[in-house]
Design a protein around this ligand. Structure first.
Ligand code: FES
Length: 322
């Protein structure tokens, strides 16, 4: 039987006579449970569709206890608190501002410190939601890597009033409330393959996290970073850049789209990738930028031999193509 879990949409294939909790745990899910015999109700869920057998009764709707509920047909179950393998729970943090500096290209580097004894847990490449005083929340890639402990680094482009107001808010409040982690374009596990990282503008923050994580983990496969901006002066300072230049397996490529004749490359990011990498069937590709840039990159790399499943980007989740 197939049991679809909401809100995640994850699907469990149960074995004959297997109960829902047992199936979920066999498949690596972390689930709320305690007594495992229908008494404590910790494992309760809402049966939305389908029928289950539970303690001698057939149920077709309402609350069920997943430790004793056996599906009789395909079911849909609303079950809060279930985490897939490698998935981390979203938590809130009240962080202190430890740094807020302009680093060139109208970008500010912001460093926030989570409370002592409560280090944030996230995978390299994930993002956070920062609360604003007007009640809205803004998403930012976490530029730091999980081994950085309490410190969370953000790269914020400050060209509009909204971003200027956010910087002023951070300085005024000497900190911020935020939630993390979000996003599935991450490196929960390092692949046994090269990496191609493609970043437009402050999309660099996500790649910064991936590179620092690879560095800390001793990742030995080649890593190609392609960082694109419109004008050379839009590149901003990356504190670790010089250290990165000395890594034998890290290849750094700066690409400018609107100005030719500067000392580096000009053109589009996907053109540079296709020029350099003859065999695109191998690398895992991570990309960060606007939806238009991400889908143009996807189409170009697929045309050049990449399988679409090799590429990961947050855009695929928040701006899916029709
Ligand atoms: S774990 Fe106690 S009722 Fe299911």
């Amino acid at each position: 039987m197939r049991v679809t879990l909401q809100p995640s949409g994850a699907v469990l294939d149960t074995l004959p006579a297997e109960r829902i909790l047992a199936a979920a745990q066999r498949l690596g899910y972390e689930c709320p449970s305690s007594c495992r015999n229908g008494n404590c109700h910790v494992c309760s869920a809402l049966l939305v569709e389908g029928r289950v057998q539970q303690e001698g009764e057939v149920r077709d709707h309402g609350e069920i206890y997943t430790c004793v509920a056996e599906p009789l047909e395909d079911c849909v179950v609303l079950w809060d608190g279930v985490l897939a393998l490698g998935e981390l729970p979203v938590r809130s943090f009240a962080c202190q501002l430890s740094e807020c500096v302009a680093v060139g290209g109208d970008v500010w580097r912001v460093r926030l410190l989570a409370p002592a004894g409560k280090p944030p847990r996230y995978h390299a490449g994930q993002y956070l939601m920062l609360e604003r005083d007007n009640g809205e929340r803004s998403a930012f890639s976490v530029a730091s890597a999980p081994h950085s402990g309490r410190q969370l680094e953000l790269h914020i482009l400050v060209r509009e009033d909204s971003a200027r107001n956010l910087i002023a808010q951070l300085q005024r409040n000497s900190g911020a409330r935020l939630q993390l982690p979000f996003g599935d374009a991450h490196l929960a596990e390092l692949p046994d393959a090269p990496l191609v990282l493609i970043a437009a503008g402050t999309g660099m923050a996500q790649m910064h996290s991936l590179i620092e994580h690879c560095r800390a983990q001793g990742f030995a496969h080649p890593v190609h970073l392609y960082w694109g901006v419109r004008r050379p002066e839009d590149f901003y300072e990356i504190e670790q850049w010089q250290a990165w230049e000395h890594l034998p397996n890290l290849f750094l490529h700066k690409v400018v789209s609107d100005v030719c004749g500067w000392e580096g490359r000009c053109g589009l990011l996907h053109e540079a990738v296709c020029e350099d990498i003859a065999d695109l069937s191998l690398p895992h590709v991570y990309a960060s930028g606007s939806p238009a840039m991400i889908y143009a990159t996807l189409d170009a790399l697929v045309a050049a031999g990449m399988d679409a499943h090799q590429m990961r980007a947050d855009v695929f989740a928040y701006a899916p193509r029709p």
